[in-house]
Design a protein around this ligand. Sequence first.
Ligand code: DQA
Length: 141
Amino acid sequence: MVQIEIINGPNLNLLGNREPDIYGDQTFEDFLMGLRERYVGVEIGYNQSNVEGEIVNFLQAADCSDSCKGIILNAAAYSHTSIAIADAIKAISKPVILVHISNIYSREVERRTDLLVASAKGMISGLGLVGYELALRSLLM
Ligand code: DQA
């Protein structure tokens, strides 16, 4: 079965309660359940961590899995700071699509730079949780 890995970074475990005016009121687990129901032929793996190095570990592990077709990554605040995660994306061979739930370009100045995007296949920003589904569809094409 085709496998897609979703990796979420810090504070995304709090979706549903966290700043709902920006990130919406749905938990990621609830969204993921619906996504898995809509894509029954796809094995959708999911990992979340608040720790930078664990995100690097998740990326490397997903790359080692033969059945993994691609990775959807929302590195959250680490998107704006992490050379280690940018290096990990460059080091692996599987395509990585970045997702931001909010439009980072319409927010505070410090969020307008994404250090990962140059290493990624592409990025979706500002479309809410739908961005994950669009990234999934693009990896399946
Ligand atoms: C985010 C945007 C980041 O700036 C922020 O730190 C997050 C979430 C988003 O999905 O919109 O935690 O990546």
